[in-house]
Design a protein around this ligand. Structure first.
Ligand SMILES: [Zn+2]
Length: 724
């Protein structure tokens, strides 16, 4: 059987000693380091198996991803219509690599790409391919795009999977691009027309129209189809390759792009044994920290006992140069942030031979460190008192075609503010609010779409004494993105919606508005959410305001000042310096609730202004009543990840301070320190040592009740402190 021949007993025993993994643990629960040479069509003539085996050994990988079939076959496939790699000839490159990997005790995932095919396949089976409304096939360069509703996915791909299992017995499968056309392209092939009519009793939508009932049905039908394909492929691979021969299509952690591809992250994680992430690196706007965030968000769905390897580019990513090496510090920080967020590293090279050899030195030091410390990096539970709610339905039905500005930025602004404030937090799927009673504070960053059931769970959270921060249009729309008359959460927020989200103006540029702090400095005591702003009555704003009526008993510490001209300077004076338009509304009873009518979350994601950061940080600290289990003091941009395992606490600090932090790529690491760390440990945890997994050795700890204090002299890229 494919699943039992792979791992020599000696290697398993060693792995077991190092990670305390029981011998019967399936491969997808114990393969912590991955590598992938993405084989191009010219590689079969020049792939040097012995060189790559040596690279696998150097980088301590336990699993490899090997190109198998789909768009291009790397073995002599039985069906001549499956396009063989240009230089393959009669070589069975797939077989050679899998045999070598198995000999070395490595797990193999065979990599497919079922999204496209070459012209001969299209000529033979035109009904397997996606068509636009003029019955012209969708093309991607010289390839033809397959239709996910067609028999290509029901018959052809399963046959290829069975053939590969029979030939080489991979442990499992992954697929680079498995989910067909995205939301922007409607397929009008005969299969789609017939199946949609049979299943949904409707004609295919003629165009994208979010408010058209056929278009809505078409979206639901497409989401369901991706899950069908996921299940179908798993039935095929398990029945042909054994119960652990699983199929796991690659996903991205980006909610917006996954919505465009009809991939329901919650439903997929509910059925997946491993998630294969394809996120090669960061953008300037998302930052390295997005990798830690994605890891934690996906583990929240998948569980912390499962693994999420992520493909990480060893080549230059933005702009993309597939053959040039990524600057080493850039690739390293991306890897480290992922590892800190619970992701497993997976180096990725495109092509079997590289003229820029520097990329082959990037993974090894990180992987060797990972191997030495792997038991602290998996099977751990995160610790946080702040939950940040996310919702794919909100991205889909409220975000629609503007999801970046209306859903991604508010979420990112909150996450970035929490990271910059060094406040441990975790993403929480909106359907899991009710099962996560452990968070004293839940934050809702413009979660506009909300069902009655979801709203009820949040009301229960508040009635149990839980605190809440909600921004913008949170709960103002139903499941399908139709606007309600008032917030579903109006009662708990202490505000009623009054009209649209706008930028009330005085004729200036829309981004030249301000917020007024109340009361004026020196004229009375200010609320703690204004702490640190004692020398000013105003802060710049420039965003939108959801117009609301605050109920009595609430506190409005910030109001809106409409825009006024910037140029010429003579005209730059406030036309309406004081209004009663609430920007932030606070309510304190058994719990603390803050409603942000001003979109400070979006503003911070976009503008990075320290005043907005300070306000967000103060509001969070007030709402959570300073119940934050970590304090890290000292200069620098540090992402702090806090976990526990039985009998120990693990703090992973990643130093993102660099000239290239906000302008990729990073080409040098800048050390920071000293950092003073105070961390709260669980009642009863007797801390004897604080081990440093990067600097090595131990550091002294002083205890004050449940709080442990220590000093880190310096951090270059990252440090992991283990308290036990
Ligand atoms: Zn179709």
């Amino acid at each position: 059987m494919a699943t039992s021949l792979a791992i020599p007993a000696s290697i398993l025993a060693k792995a077991e000693r190092q990670s305390l993994v029981p011998a019967d643990t399936p491969w997808y629960r114990r393969t912590y380091r991955w590598g992938q040479t993405n084989i191009t069509e010219e590689d079969p003539a020049r792939y040097d198996t012995e060189w790559w085996r040596e690279h696998w050994r150097r980088t301590r990988v336990q699993g490899v991803i090997v190109n198998a079939g789909g768009i291009v076959a790397y073995y002599p496939a039985a069906d001549p219509l499956q396009h063989r790699a240009e230089t393959l000839g009669q070589r069975d490159l797939l077989g050679e690599i899998v045999t070598a990997a198995h000999k070395d005790g490595l797990v193999v995932m065979a990599r497919m790409d079922s999204n496209r095919a070459h012209e001969p396949m299209f000529r033979a089976h035109p009904d397997w391919f996606a068509m636009n409304s003029n019955r012209v096939p969708y093309r991607a360069a010289e390839l033809y795009v397959t239709c996910i509703h067609s028999r290509y996915y029901e018959e052809y791909i399963p046959a290829v999977l069975r053939e590969i299992i029979q030939r080489v017995h991979p442990e499992g499968f992954t697929d680079n691009s498995w989910s067909g056309l995205d939301r922007d392209s409607i397929c009008y092939c005969e299969t789609c027309a017939r199946t949609f009519r049979d299943r949904c009793g409707a004609q295919l939508p003629r165009t994208k129209d979010w408010d058209d009932s056929n278009y809505r049905k078409w979206i639901d039908w497409n989401y369901a189809r991706r899950l069908e394909i996921w299940d179908l492929n798993n039935r095929v691979t398990r029945s042909a390759g054994g119960p652990h021969c699983i199929w796991s299509g690659m996903l991205s952690g980006d909610i917006e792009s996954e919505s465009q591809r009809f991939r329901d992250l919650k439903a997929i994680c509910a059925r997946a044994d491993i998630i294969m992430f394809d996120d090669q690196g960061r953008t300037n706007s998302s930052g390295f920290q997005s990798n830690g965030e994605m890891g934690k968000r996906m583990h929240g769905l998948l569980g912390w006992d499962k693994l999420i390897p992520e493909s990480m580019a060893m080549y230059q990513r933005i702009p993309t140069f597939r053959k040039s090496s990524s600057p080493e510090p850039e690739a390293r920080l991306w890897m480290l942030e992922g590892i800190a967020g619970g992701i497993q590293p997976w180096w990725h090279h495109v092509g079997a031979i590289q003229e820029d050899r520097r990329q082959f030195h990037t993974a090894e030091p990180v992987y060797r460190w990972h191997e030495a410390n792997q038991r602290y990096l998996v099977n751990r539970q995160p610790i946080a008192t702040v939950g940040v709610v996310w919702s794919q339905d909100n991205t889909e039905w409220y975000g629609r075609d503007q999801a970046e500005s209306s859903t991604v930025l508010p979420y990112r602004g909150i996450i970035n503010a929490l990271i910059r404030s060094r406040i441990p937090h975790l993403p929480v799927h909106i359907d899991h609010v009710g099962r996560e009673p452990g968070f004293p504070l839940m934050i809702l960053p413009n979660i506009a779409v909300m069902s009655e059931t979801q709203a009820e769970a949040l009301k229960q959270h508040v009635s149990r004494g839980g605190s809440l921060i909600a921004t913008g249009e949170t709960s103002l729309y139903d499941e399908r993105g139709s606007r309600r008359k008032d917030f579903a959460l109006a009662d708990v927020l202490g505000v009623h919606a009054e009209g649209e989200r706008t930028r009330p103006g005085c004729g200036g540029p829309a981004d030249h508005s301000y917020l007024r702090l109340s009361p004026d400095m020196g004229s009375g005591e200010r609320h703690t959410v204004l702490r640190g702003l004692d020398e000013t009555n105003i802060v710049g704003f420039g965003g939108t305001i959801q117009r609301v009526q605050a109920v009595s008993g609430t506190n409005v510490p910030l109001t809106y000042i409409p825009d006024f001209p910037v140029y010429p300077p003579e005209t730059s004076w406030m036309r309406e310096p004081r209004t009663t338009i609430p920007a932030v509304v606070l309510r304190q009873s058994v719990s603390r609730v803050a409603y942000l009518a001003a979109d400070l979350d979006t503003r911070f994601a976009r503008d990075n202004l320290p005043d907005h950061l300070l306000l967000l940080q103060n509001i969070v600290r007030w709402a959570v009543s300073e119940n934050v289990p970590l304090q890290v003091t000292g200069r620098g941009f540090v992402d702090c990840h806090l976990y526990e395992q039985a009998g120990r606490l693990i703090l992973h600090l990643v130093n993102l301070t660099s000239a290239g932090t906000w302008r990729a790529p990073v080409d040098e690491l800048i050390p920071i320190g000293p950092l003073d760390v105070r961390v709260r440990v669980r009642q009863g945890l007797q801390v004897r040592t604080a081990k440093l997994l990067v600097a090595g050795g131990e550091t002294s700890v002083s205890a004050d009740g449940n709080w442990m204090t220590m000093r880190l002299p310096s951090i270059l890229d990252h440090e992991v402190i283990v308290l036990e």
